[in-house]
Design a protein around this ligand. Structure first.
Ligand code: SAH
Length: 485
């Protein structure tokens, strides 16, 4: 069967409860189809000379009926639907022909030509199902589209469908007018219910839906999602981050968030860059961000506050949540892959290693009051990895402090600039030459500094982008470590 663009297939959802469905074939493919048919409550009859073990079990449990032997048209008696899954074209054709003669819909696995009915690729969220078909033109394309849709909607959508199903009669009684009902559903879909379900707060979600139902005037019910955008490679965004970005009305993003990540957000969402300028008044900017988030949420917007890396690692995410909490705004947090983890991975530097590094310290060279005050003596010991955020300026001081407290001058270091992005650069060398390395290669922000024996692995294990720059010949992993020991 060839569905031309002018004759698309007709989609249909079948109620198979208690209805007889014949499956011809007793192998793995048949077993998969039978599982789905049983889920839908069908009375499954399987015809085949032999059954695979899973099907034998179902047959022994009385959940399916086995007709043993080669296909015969009589098997189709009183069936509503037949699926031919034998892998043998001759048998499949005989099944399709017999079904056609009796006007029974026949699906033939992997054979759109013979089939009068095709099974769609589907996405299932509770009672809500999305079926995708390419009309037999490209089942693989349909499957890829399905994967995209899978990534967009999580289980909360199915839970919302169930919740609305339970309220169906009440909704119709309360809102007999179709356009009022439409407006209600749109408010529910855009309101906080999905986010509440995602957080596991079912009762609150039911109340939110209830509130919309009993409202003459819809109230604004905005919220804020504090989302980690990762280091730049959009592939490192989490599925949840992607979903939240798809639901956003407004996105407040830092400068650090890459364009590739922003490109994944809902097209009609408003984007506002709220990044801090270098040398600007950071506290004033931060206060403005708080005020903006609160004002937008109070106006009923779904706000995404998108930050580079993870919002809780040097991201002032805590302060932003405190402000939201104080203003009574609902929020959620979606973690992201932080720069230390991402840069290390993309530079081939294991942050811990059973032989070379027993601890990892995540540090910043800056603090609220200027220079960060670390326990330098503790950080100077060998066998620990230091990951410095904002490590480009003040490298001389950093090196001097560590050397003064006894960290070995030949301790390997790596500077990772634009980690995980197409323009990533990795510069490697020793602690003693760190500031010179940065100057020689004109390393600029954003860059992450890794100090520790493991940094030497970049020369050996790099896999992303260009090979590391710097005096690589002196830095094979074994050598500096042997000296350090
Ligand atoms: N919340 C972020 C960190 C913000 S602080 C996170 O979890 O990653 C900003 C610092 O992070 C930068 O100065 C730099 O040191 C580091 N950084 C962030 N993204 C980076 C990237 N793609 N490459 C290198 N360093 C990065």
């Amino acid at each position: 069967m060839d569905a031309t663009p002018s004759q698309p297939l007709f989609p249909l959802f079948l109620d198979l409860k208690g209805r007889r469905v014949l499956v011809v074939g007793g192998g793995k493919v048949a077993a998969r189809k039978i599982e789905a048919l049983l889920d839908a409550g069908a009375a499954v009859v399987v015809g085949a000379p032999q059954l695979e073990p899973a099907l034998i079990r179902l047959s022994l449990q009385g959940r399916i009926t086995h007709l043993a032997g080669r296909f015969q048209p009589g098997w189709l008696d009183s069936a509503w639907l037949v699926i031919a899954a034998t892998g043998d074209v001759t048998v499949n054709r005989a099944v399709a022909d017999a079904a056609h003669a009796r006007r029974i819909w026949a699906n033939v696995v992997d054979d759109a030509e013979l089939a009068s009915a095709q099974l769609p690729a589907r996405v299932q969220r509770g009672p809500l199902q999305i079926a995708i078909s390419s009309g037999g033109h490209s089942p693989m394309l349909a499957r890829l589209v399905r994967e995209r849709i899978e990534a967009q909607f999580d289980e909360s959508l199915g839970q919302l469908a169930s919740l609305l199903g339970a309220l169906r009669v009440r909704i119709r009684d309360r809102l007999p007018d179709l356009s009022a009902r439409r407006a209600f559903f749109s408010r529910v879909l855009n309101g906080p219910a999905l986010a509440l379900l995602r957080r596991g707060q079912t009762t609150a979600a039911r109340h939110a839906v209830d509130a919309e139902l009993h409202l003459e005037q819809p109230i604004a019910s905005g919220n804020v999602a504090l989302v980690g955008a990762g280091p730049g490679d959009p592939g490192l965004l989490t599925l949840r981050a992607l979903r939240v970005l798809n639901e956003a009305d407004v996105i407040l993003h830092d400068r650090l968030v890459s364009d590739d990540v922003l490109a994944l957000a809902r097209r009609d969402a408003e984007r506002i860059e709220v990044g801090k300028q270098v040398g600007g008044d950071h506290d004033a900017t931060q206060a403005r961000i708080h005020a903006l988030m609160i004002a937008l949420a109070k106006a009923g917007k779904r706000v995404v506050r998108l930050k580079g890396g993870d919002p809780f690692v040097f991201g002032r995410g805590g302060e932003e949540l405190q402000a939201l909490h104080a203003a009574g705004i609902a929020f959620e947090v979606v973690p992201g892959i932080t720069a230390a983890v991402a840069c290390a991975a993309y530079a081939g530097i294991p942050l811990t290693h059973r032989e070379h590094a027993q601890s990892l310290h995540i540090l910043t060279a800056q603090a609220k009051s200027g220079d960060a005050d670390h326990d330098w003596a503790a950080l100077a010991g060998a066998g620990q990895t230091l990951a410095f955020y904002m490590g480009v300026k003040g490298l001389d001081r950093l090196r001097d402090k560590l050397l003064a407290h006894g960290r070995a001058a030949h301790t390997p270091v790596a500077l990772i600039e634009n980690g995980s992005r197409p323009q990533q650069r990795v510069v490697v060398g020793t602690l003693a030459e760190l500031p010179d390395l940065a100057r020689a290669h004109a390393v600029h922000a954003p860059a992450l500094l890794i100090i520790g024996e493991v940094a030497a692995f970049a020369s050996q294990l790099h896999w992303f982008g260009a090979a590391p720059l710097g005096p690589t010949e002196t830095l094979c992993p074994g050598a500096p470590l042997a000296r350090a020991a």
